[in-house]
Ligand binder design. Structure first.
Ligand code: GRF
Length: 204
């Protein structure tokens, strides 16, 4: 499966996905990395692995979300991308784009959805006083942080935790959960049904 990874920042999830697709057993290959911001650490990580194309599509250069998304879509089509992984991609995508890539776009969120949607999910969990949080890899739906869940990993919250220490522990879980979800979807073991439910393909 031809995969594009979209980033906005440090790219540690990108790094984990890059490690995953190197495995002979992997059903995926990363053919493209796109960042909406220039000069981020994630691009440096991508440039280290010369196997694929890196592009910056700077959202500040576009008059509208629709135009930005249209450019992303064109680039994805150009490289015959089959699956998009949003790895710390901090842009809300427009309805038409999300609908077009429905069932072919995954996102990672640092909480056990549906709890703690939106930004600062780690801080929300700390403030809610829960003892367990985690991360979720889900198909992207038009409603933010609400698509069908593919993989989750639970992470304990320690009494000594700060937002930073908790975020770090969640990120470690993300680096296992996202590669696992990539393989499930990339291999066809998991598909998204038209009604938005997940289908496990028992035959593989
Ligand atoms: C992660 O915490 C992820 O949950 C959130 O943004 C962060 C991305 O980190 N979407 P990185 O850029 O993959 O290091």
């Amino acid at each position: 499966t031809r995969v594009a990874v979209l980033i906005s920042g440090t790219g540690t999830n990108l790094q984990a996905l890059m490690e995953q697709v190197k495995k002979p057993s992997s059903s995926a290959e990363i053919v493209m990395v796109i960042s909406n911001r220039p000069g981020v650490m994630g691009l440096k990580r991508a440039s280290m692995a010369v196997l694929f194309v890196c592009q910056v599509v700077d959202h500040k250069l576009y008059g509208s979300r629709a135009e930005f998304d249209g450019t992303i879509d064109k680039v994805l089509e150009e490289f015959r991308v089959e699956l998009v992984c949003l790895a710390g991609f901090m842009r809300i995508l427009t309805g038409p784009f999300v609908r077009k890539w429905s069932g072919k776009m995954l996102n990672i969120h640092p909480s056990l959805l549906p709890s703690f949607k939106g930004v600062n999910a780690q801080k929300q969990a700390l403030q809610a006083g829960v003892r367990v949080t985690g991360c979720t890899v889900h198909f992207v739906a038009e409603e933010v942080d609400a698509g069908a869940i593919v993989v989750q990993e639970a992470v304990p919250i320690l009494v000594t935790d700060t937002e930073d220490s908790l975020s770090e522990r969640i990120r470690e879980a993300e680096h296992r959960a996202f590669p696992a979800a990539l393989e499930l979807v990339g291999s066809g073991a998991v598909k998204l049904r038209d009604d938005g439910r997940l289908v496990w393909n028992q035959s593989v």
